[in-house]
Ligand binder design. Structure first.
Ligand code: SF4
Length: 470
C-alpha cells in the first residue's frame, strides 16, 4: 500500500467535517475506552501485570536471536516449517510460492496487520488467487475496497446502514437494517468460503519458544476455521512476537483483551502446535510460518526499540484525542493512531510520513494506557527531531520553531517578550475577554475563541503558585 501520510492534514480536515465518522469514533470513547477503565479497575494486579509484561517483552527482545532459534527448533520438531523473510517482497514471494505449490485458487485469511504491512491481499489477487477476509470487520472493509481504520475494529468507521448496503450489493437481496441479521448473513456466506479454501492464512499474536506454538486471538473463531479447515495453513508475523514461555504468553494475554476491548479474555485464544498428527481428525496437513523482519532488527538496535514491545491492542488509539477526531484513514498507511505515528515513519520513511509524529497533542494518554508502557510521545518526539533535522516541515513551521528556540535559549529575553505579548493581548482583549480572530493563530481561532490573558505570563503564574506552595 502506497503511503498517503503526507496528506494527513487534508484527510483529517475532511474527517472532522464528517458527522457519520464523528459519531462512529465517539462510540470508542463510550465503549472500549470506558470498558478498559472498568477492566483495569476490576483487576487489582493490573499495574503489576503491566510491569511483568514490560519485563517479558524486554527480556525477549534482548535475547531475540536465542528465542527465535528455540522457537524454530520446537516448531520444526512439531512438523511446521519456518521461512525467514528479510522484507515485504520476500514475504509475499514465499506466501505465493507456498500457495502455488498447493495449487491453491481460494485463500481464506484471518486478520493480520503484518499481511496489511506487506500488501499481501493485493499481491495474491494480482497473481490470480481469490482472497477472502474472514474477520467480520476485515470482510466489510474488503467489500468496500478500503483498508482497516483500527487495529482491533477494522470497520469502526462504518455505520450499519453502509454495511447493509455493501452486503446487499455483494450477496444480493434487500439491505438488512438489523445487526444480528447482518452477522448471520456474513456467517452464512463465510462458512461456504471456509469449505472452498485451499489455503488459510492467519497472523500470530504470540510465538512461544518453549513449545513452538503459535497463539491466535479472535472474538469470532474465524482464525480457527481459517487455519483448521484447508490443507495448508500459513501464518505470517513479525520476528518480535516471540515470548519465552506459555506462562509469559498468559501474562500478555491477560492484558491484551482488557486493554483492547475491556474483556477479561478474548472469546477465542488458540495455541497451534504443529499440523495435524496421524491420530488427529482436525487441522491442516501442513503448517508454515513466515517470520518477517522488514526493518525490525534495525529498530531493535536503535532508539525506537521499545516500540517492538507492542502487542497491537489498539488502546493508544482508543484514547488518543487526535485519532478520535480524525479516524484511522487520515494516517494514510497501515498502522493508525499513536503507535502508527511511530511505526509508519520507520517502515515507509520519515520523508513520506513526517506529519504523523506531529499529529499528537502529547497529552500522554497513549503512554498511560499502553499495557507494555511504550513511551509513545517520547518516540514521536524523536521522529519530530529527525524531521526537523532533515528540513521536512514547511518553512513557516520551521521558522516558528527557530524563533521560539531563539527566545527559549535566552530566558530573560523570553520572559520579557512574553510579558509584552501578554500585556498587549490582555489590553486588546479586555473588553470581550476573548479573541474571535488572531493573525498568527488562525488554526486555533477558526474553530474556537482564544481567551484574552488576564495580565501575567504562564511562567509568572507558575512561580507564584510554587511560591505559595500550590
Ligand atoms: S503501542 Fe501500546 S497501546 Fe498501542 S497498540 Fe501497541 S501495545 Fe497497544
Amino acid at each position: 500500500m502506497e503511503p498517503t501520510s503526507l496528506a494527513f492534514r487534508e484527510r483529517a480536515t475532511r474527517a472532522l467535517a464528517d458527522p457519520v465518522l464523528s459519531t462512529a469514533l465517539a462510540r470508542l470513547e463510550t465503549g472500549w475506552q470506558a470498558a478498559r477503565a472498568r477492566a483495569a479497575a476490576d483487576l487489582p494486579e493490573f499495574e503489576a501485570l503491566r510491569d511483568a509484561a514490560v519485563a517479558i517483552r524486554d527480556h525477549a527482545l534482548a535475547h531475540l536471536d536465542f528465542y527465535l532459534e528455540a522457537f524454530e527448533r520446537r516448531f520444526t520438531e512439531r512438523g511446521g516449517v519456518v521461512h525467514w523473510a528479510r522484507d515485504a517482497a520476500e514475504a509475499r514471494a514465499i506466501v505465493l510460492e507456498l500457495c502455488r505449490a498447493a495449487r491453491a485458487r481460494t485463500v481464506t485469511k484471518s486478520k493480520s496487520m503484518v499481511a496489511e504491512e506487506i500488501g499481501l491481499n493485493a499481491f495474491l489477487e494480482a497473481h490470480g488467487l481469490r482472497v477472502i477476509e474472514t474477520d467480520l470487520g476485515e470482510y466489510i472493509v474488503q467489500l468496500a475496497g478500503e483498508v482497516p481504520s483500527h487495529l482491533v475494529g477494522p470497520a469502526v468507521h462504518m455505520t450499519r446502514e453502509r454495511i447493509a448496503e455493501l452486503f446487499a450489493k455483494a450477496h444480493g437481496g434487500p439491505p438488512k437494517q438489523d445487526s444480528a441479521a447482518l452477522v448471520a448473513e456474513a456467517r452464512r456466506v463465510l462458512r461456504q468460503r471456509y469449505l472452498e479454501a485451499d489455503v488459510g492464512i492467519t497472523g500470530a499474536n504470540f510465538l512461544i519458544a518453549e513449545t513452538g506454538s503459535i497463539v491466535t486471538v479472535t472474538n469470532e473463531g474465524n482464525a480457527e476455521l481459517t487455519q483448521g479447515l484447508p490443507k495448508l495453513h500459513i501464518a505470517i508475523t513479525g520476528i518480535e512476537k516471540v515470548v519465552p514461555t506459555v506462562e509469559d504468553a498468559f501474562v500478555l494475554l491477560r492484558l491484551l483483551a482488557r486493554s483492547a476491548t475491556g474483556q477479561e479474555f478474548s472469546a477465542y485464544t488458540t495455541f497451534l502446535t504443529g499440523p495435524k498428527r496421524p491420530d488427529e481428525r482436525d487441522g491442516p496437513e501442513a503448517m508454515h510460518l513466515v517470520l518477517l523482519d522488514n526493518g525490525r532488527t534495525r529498530m531493535l538496535g536503535g532508539p525506537m526499540r521499545a516500540m517492538l514491545r507492542c502487542i497491537r491492542c489498539g488502546a493508544c488509539m482508543n484514547h488518543c484525542p487526535v485519532y478520535l477526531a480524525a479516524g484511522g484513514h487520515a494516517y494514510g498507511w497501515v498502522y493508525p493512531g499513536p503507535m502508527g505515528s511511530v511505526l509508519t515513519p520507520h517502515f515507509v520513511g520519515i520523508e513520506k510520513s513526517w506529519p504523523l509524529p506531529n499529529a499528537s497533542t502529547f497529552c500522554g494518554r497513549c503512554e498511560e494506557v499502553c499495557p507494555v508502557r511504550i513511551p509513545l510521545p517520547g518516540l514521536m518526539r524523536l521522529w519530530r527531531e529527525e524531521a526537523h533535522r532533515r528540513g521536512l516541515a514547511p518553512p513557516a513551521a520551521r521558522f516558528g520553531l527557530a524563533l521560539w528556540a531563539f527566545f527559549a535559549r535566552r530566558p530573560p529575553l523570553y520572559r520579557f517578550a512574553t510579558r509584552i505579548a501578554v500585556a498587549l493581548l490582555g489590553a486588546f482583549g479586555r473588553r470581550r475577554g476573548r479573541f474571535a480572530r488572531l493573525p498568527f493563530a488562525r488554526g486555533w481561532t477558526e474553530s474556537r475563541d482564544f481567551p484574552a490573558p488576564e495580565g501575567s505570563t504562564f511562567t509568572a503564574q507558575w512561580r507564584a503558585r510554587r511560591g505559595t506552595g500550590r
